[in-house]
Design a protein around this ligand. Structure first.
Ligand code: AOF
Ligand code: ZN
Length: 343
């Protein structure tokens, strides 16, 4: 359609700069309430004259970081991966910073879904700044999916992870279950913990396994970012449990969505659900899982200790449809990733 072509022509000159801004954004931390955002400033002839990115809550936003690197920003174009914010949070509004600096044009990828922070584009337009939204919107949407989904919804992105034998068992008859998979899979789980804001387990798992739920490196050392342990269930966490050595949250509500809203309120955007079978089935039944990570070990265990408990599915046509999004070998094990199938 001619209109679509016109839109493409107006955004095409900024795609290269936006790609660069996205790569700058990826330098920022993935956890926490604030998104990864990147920004470049372009001279009127399209040269990149400054770079900026956001380094985490409480630090300058990407736009302010980029503006701090030039003496005079008048007439420049700011290319930023997220709509500039419009609120006084821990820092001032980027919309105002850009207007005061005299930037002529602001090009961005995706709208800021934050209730308080959105409205930057309108504010900029009203101040006479040329605004071009939607540049590489699909790439930026994919890049920021977890944060955007969490922020739009007001509940964290939920990853449900389990490890099982080839026949789908997560424990042996005596209940022993820790680390069915090998070291490569184990190491990846620790990295994924470090990229999460919270780890959720059921009280059953705490009682059976006494997990520390820390994110550790090869030598057992603690990684830089530690997720908040959250124990879901009615039973109390035992007195001598390893978890008690750190700050943790006991979530006694039966309503998992309420638990997630509460965690969102604490700044949790990425929740990593580690089990066991009761908690896994509760999350699946409530339709609260955004992605599944299943580690499969080349072992057979058999018996009753399955990875996911009853889902209330009586007939095969009630099975929950998923789409596989990836498969990868990890040492002797396999990691399969899946998402709920889109209806
Ligand atoms: C931007 N540029 O680089 C980032 C933005 O508490 P604050 O002041 O840090 O504000 C956090 C909110 O600002 C965050 O939830 C999101 O809506 C937006 N983040 N905005 O213009 C940035 N990191
Ligand atoms: Zn901002």
């Amino acid at each position: 359609a001619p209109h679509e072509n016109a839109v493409r022509d107006s955004t095409a000159p900024y795609e290269h700069a936006m790609r660069h801004a996205l790569s700058l954004a990826s330098r920022g931390p993935v956890t926490g309430g604030n998104p990864q955002v990147g920004c470049v400033l372009l001279s009127p002839d399209g040269e990149i004259v400054a770079e900026g990115w956001h380094r985490g809550a409480g630090t300058p936003h990407a736009e302010v970081d980029a503006l701090s690197k030039v003496d005079d920003a008048r007439g420049l174009t700011a290319v930023v991966t997220l709509e500039p914010c419009n609120h006084h949070g821990r820092t001032g509004p980027c919309s105002v910073a850009l207007i005061v600096a005299g930037v002529a044009r602001v090009v961005y990828a995706v709208d800021d879904p934050g209730r308080a922070s959105s409205g930057g584009a309108t504010h900029l337009r009203n101040a006479g700044v040329d605004v071009v939204p939607g540049v590489l919107a699909d790439e930026a949407e994919t890049f920021l999916t977890k944060w955007l989904t969490a922020t739009r919804r007001g509940t964290p992105w939920v990853t449900l992870k389990w490890a099982a034998s080839l026949d789908g068992r997560s424990a042996a008859a005596d209940g022993s279950s820790q680390w069915i998979t090998g070291t490569a899979a184990r190491q990846l789980v620790h990295e994924q913990r470090a990229e999460s804001d919270a780890i959720l387990v059921g009280t059953g798992t705490v009682i059976a396994d006494d997990p520390s739920l820390t994110a550790r490196g090869d030598a057992g050392e603690l990684l830089a970012h530690q997720p908040l342990p959250v124990v879901v269930g009615e039973r109390p966490v035992p007195e001598g449990a390893k978890l008690r050595e750190r700050e943790f949250v006991a979530a006694h509500s039966r309503d998992l969505e309420e638990v997630l809203r509460d965690l969102y309120g604490r700044g949790i955007r990425r929740a990593y659900v580690e089990g066991g079978p009761t908690l896994a089935s509760a999350f699946v039944r409530a339709g609260l899982v955004d992605e599944f990570l299943v580690f499969v070990a080349p072992k057979l265990i058999g018996g009753p200790r399955i990875a996911v408990d009853d889902l209330g599915i009586g007939s095969i046509d009630e099975a929950i449809p998923l789409t596989f999004t990836g498969v990868e070998a990890l040492g002797d094990d396999i990691l399969i990733t899946a998402v709920p199938a889109t209806k």
